[in-house]
Design a protein around this ligand. Structure first.
Ligand SMILES: O=C(O)[C@@H](CO)OP(=O)(O)O
Length: 797
């Protein structure tokens, strides 16, 4: 990966360079950044800047409202790179740029151009330290129109601010734009210039956007006030439609009106064939024929790590990020990454959510509830550790942790190690005088972490232990609890029964009572929504809560943006907007979505950017088939695949819908049980379901897109570096219950697919986020320009 701008050249000697990990560029050293005029912190405004690969590169967080006199440009981890300060008592508007957070010896001044005669000049950037490499720059054009150029002293264009254009020339707003920086300009300085331009009220967007509707007389008045923007006013007058539009441009070659089936096989990756690859072992003639039958219409896409907005390439994919990417067509920094950033910068402890719970620290107990592992799908141990540290440093005196053991995103049996680590951390806090203990626990699939209201009994078990301090098992320590409960030969981490920790008198050490604060520390939404409802809703009838303590509750993130649940949260969730589902509905696409309960929200809630409900109920129908509850899915590995396929078939044959979207859960849900035989049965059932859907598509002359959200069933063992299965101490194969890092297949076809359509060869790194534009094309539309590129092209036969 190329760096954004390795600052090896002399002119940048005084300026900070970006860490290599922060910046991918296009070939040739040109940095193409997407600037979002929005802070990652919900209480702030500012900027969030991504590189061409979706990596966060810069941030600016401005507290309070209005214009700031000082702005700090930070890298992704919150390290200050440059500080811009408005120069006091200066004639005209001048800002000074300092290295890091230095208070003196500025590097550059940025002065607004004042001449009314020069139409294009916006600002001058002047080096203040001299030296051989120092260079000045002139900024020209219109910042308000997001169209300006930075010239060096030889009049070479070294950076440009450009609008992001949607198809047809319709811009989608002022708050997202491009900053293209040539290798002759330091990228940090270029971004500092942007934030300074944004702070110059005469140049910023709002006043100018008002000019679109004012009279010529008023324009003339504005001309004299705005000076440097004179030339742009007339142009703005012609841009009456600069507002965002949902309208998608027609695809130049592909027709509209075809029924498109979008099939997501959950947990279905591509891996080398062997006996632990359940997809290989299972009879999957339909999926095999897609792979072998049409090589130009079958390929692999990335489904893990940065391709889906996760912090590193070591992060396995999961359904939340996978379906978010599939539906949204862009890569958003996901919860795991956002929490990392907020913790690294310490901003998590400055936000409104934290201030809200902190009110209880003096007299009450802080309860932290969540999944205890380093799986990184729902939560991470290192984040919990930083949260504990920050809370204790911010005044928490009594802390109780309510743990949920994993064994699904990590190896079964690993819970003991995680509990020991946490116990050590809490012991260290106790040495510092903080009364910190584990208070209760239970396996994630049996206690608390149900989803999509499949089984409220799961949440109730958690409520009883965490809030009421009641559970069938009582122990003096959590390590003892987990070890003892695992002695049952049928026990595993995912399904450990609930337990509470008691004191010498047998009393639970950590009931939740009036005046306490509660934080659910999972960042992922689906399995936190139900407990959030139980903790937050006054009106609640899903089970008898017995006692409803008056607490201050915050989620690590807000788990449901539509329900605003919970109301308080520590880190703002990714704002996944303008999803393909919403665009398509606005463009007349009637949609049917279906899965069984345990995956229903994947093709609705996650697909639509963590938003519950319909965009337009008259255009959409979402059907949920009740999942079996109270069982592990190796008992019924066929799950409801057949029923889902039949519903999809009926929807296709009804010809009422343009898009029929389903999730087939078997590879994942059965794969998570670690039962290889059952997973093979599940994969076969999923393949049969695909066939039913493809047959229906054949009958209506439609198109299919078959893909997956992440890997799971294709590899059921933990492996060493050479790919050989790892053995445990007893010489047994270590079963892998978790997702994988494998890519997933995507296949397109069907009688409705125009004959020249095939996968492009120039998107070799394509990932799940490229699928949305692909599907939009197959519906006959161009995708918005900021979507990840389509995977298909149409060649003339
Ligand atoms: O079951 C879950 O919660 C996760 C694994 O933790 O799986 P998926 O991402 O496939 O929903």
């Amino acid at each position: 990966m190329t760096r954004v701008h390795p600052n090896t050249a002399a002119p940048f000697a005084d300026l900070p360079s970006l860490p290599a990990c922060c910046g991918a560029t296009r070939e040739g050293g040109v940095a193409v950044l997407t600037v979002w005029r929005k802070s990652l912190l919900f209480s702030c405004h500012g900027f969030t800047v991504f590189d061409a690969e979706g990596n966060l590169v810069f941030r600016v967080d401005i507290y309070g409202s209005g214009s700031a006199g000082e702005l700090v440009l930070m890298d992704a981890a919150g390290k200050p790179l440059l500080t811009a300060r408005r120069k006091k008592l200066s004639l005209g508007e001048t800002w000074l740029i300092y290295n890091g957070e230095d208070a003196d010896n500025p590097l550059y001044s940025v002065k607004r151009h004042v001449s009314l005669l020069h139409c294009k000049g916006l600002a001058h950037v002047t080096p203040l330290r001299g030296g051989s490499g120092s260079a000045g720059y002139a900024v020209e054009g219109s910042y308000s129109r997001r169209s300006c150029t930075v010239y060096d002293e030889r009049r070479r264009a070294v950076a440009e601010i450009q609008r992001k254009q949607a198809v047809g020339g319709v811009a989608f707003g002022d708050d997202v734009f491009r900053l293209v920086v040539q290798s002759d300009l330091n990228t940090c300085l270029a971004m500092a210039i942007v934030i300074v331009l944004d702070q110059m009220p005469e140049l910023a967007s709002l006043p100018l956007r008002m000019t679109l509707s004012i009279t010529d007389l008023a324009r003339v008045l504005l001309l004299s006030i705005l000076g440097g923007e004179i030339c742009e006013i007339e142009a703005l007058g012609d841009m009456g439609s600069s507002d965002f539009s949902w309208k998608l441009a027609d695809h130049p070659k592909l027709p509209k009106g075809k029924t498109v089936a979008v099939v997501v096989l959950d947990g279905w990756g591509e891996a080398d064939p062997d006996q632990y690859n359940c997809i290989h072992v299972a009879q999957t003639p339909t999926m095999d024929s897609l792979k072998k039958g049409a090589p130009e219409r079958w390929r692999l896409v990335r489904a893990h790590g940065k391709a889906v907005g996760l912090p590193t390439e070591d992060d396995m994919g999961n359904s939340e990020v996978g379906h978010n990417a599939l539906g949204a067509g862009r890569i958003f920094a996901q919860g795991a990454k956002l929490v990392d950033l907020a913790l690294a910068s310490g901003k998590i402890f400055e936000g409104e959510g934290f201030k809200y719970i902190k009110e209880c620290f003096d007299k009450g107990t802080l309860h932290l509830i969540g999944l205890l592992s380093d799986g990184g799908v729902h939560s991470r141990l290192d984040q919990l550790q930083l949260l504990l540290k920050g809370c204790s440093e911010n005044g928490a005196k009594r802390i109780r942790v309510h743990i949920l053991t994993d064994g699904r995103d990590v190896l079964d049996g690993s819970s003991v190690g995680f509990v020991e680590t946490l116990e050590n951390d809490l012991a260290k806090l106790r040495e510092k005088g903080i009364d910190a203990q584990i208070a209760s626990g239970g396996g994630r699939m049996y206690v608390t972490m149900d989803r999509y209201e499949n089984d409220w009994g799961v949440v109730k078990r958690g409520w009883d232990a965490q809030v009421l301090g009641e559970a069938p098992h009582k122990f003096r320590s959590a390590v003892e609890a987990v070890k003892k409960l695992r002695e049952d030969p049928k026990a595993n981490d995912q399904y450990l029964p609930p337990f509470v920790i008691v004191d010498e008198s047998g009393k639970a050490v950590g009931q939740i009572v009036d005046g306490d604060a509660v934080v659910t520390f999972n960042f992922r939404a689906d399995r936190m929504v139900m407990i959030a409802k139980a903790l937050e809703y006054a009106d609640f009838d899903k089970f008898d809560r017995v006692r409803v303590p008056k607490i201050r509750y915050a989620g690590m993130l807000q788990y449901d943006g539509e329900l605003k649940l919970p109301n308080r949260y520590l880190v703002s969730p990714p704002e996944i907007d303008r999803t393909s589902g919403e665009y398509l509905v606005h463009n007349g696409i009637r949609t049917f979505a279906c899965s069984e309960t345990v995956k229903f929200g994947h093709v609705t809630f996650f697909w639509n950017g963590n938003r519950s409900g319909y965009f337009n109920p008259s255009m959409e129908e979402y059907v949920e088939i009740p999942s079996d509850s109270g069982i592990t899915f190796n008992v019924q590995p066929k799950m409801k695949a057949l029923e889902i396929a039949e519903k999809a078939r009926d929807a296709i044959l009804s010809r009422k819908f343009h898009q029929v979207r389903v999730n087939l859960p078997n590879g994942d849900m059965v794969g998570h049980t670690g039962d290889i035989e059952a997973t093979v049965v599940g994969c076969k059932a999923a393949d049969e379901a695909v066939k039913i859907i493809l047959d229906a598509i054949e009958q209506v002359g439609g198109i299919y897109v078959v893909t997956a959200d992440h890997g799971n069933a294709e590899d059921m063992v933990k492996r060493n570096k050479t790919g050989q299965p790892l053995l445990d101490k007893a010489g047994k194969i270590q079963i892998l219950t978790s997702h994988t890092l494998q890519p997933v297949p995507i296949a397109i076809g069907g009688p409705g697919l125009a004959s020249g359509v095939r996968f492009r060869k120039d998107v070799p790194d394509g990932g799940l986020a490229n699928v949305a534009a692909t599907v939009m094309n197959l519906h006959g539309f161009e995708a918005p320009t900021d979507y990840e590129p389509t995977l298909v092209e149409v060649v003339d036969n």
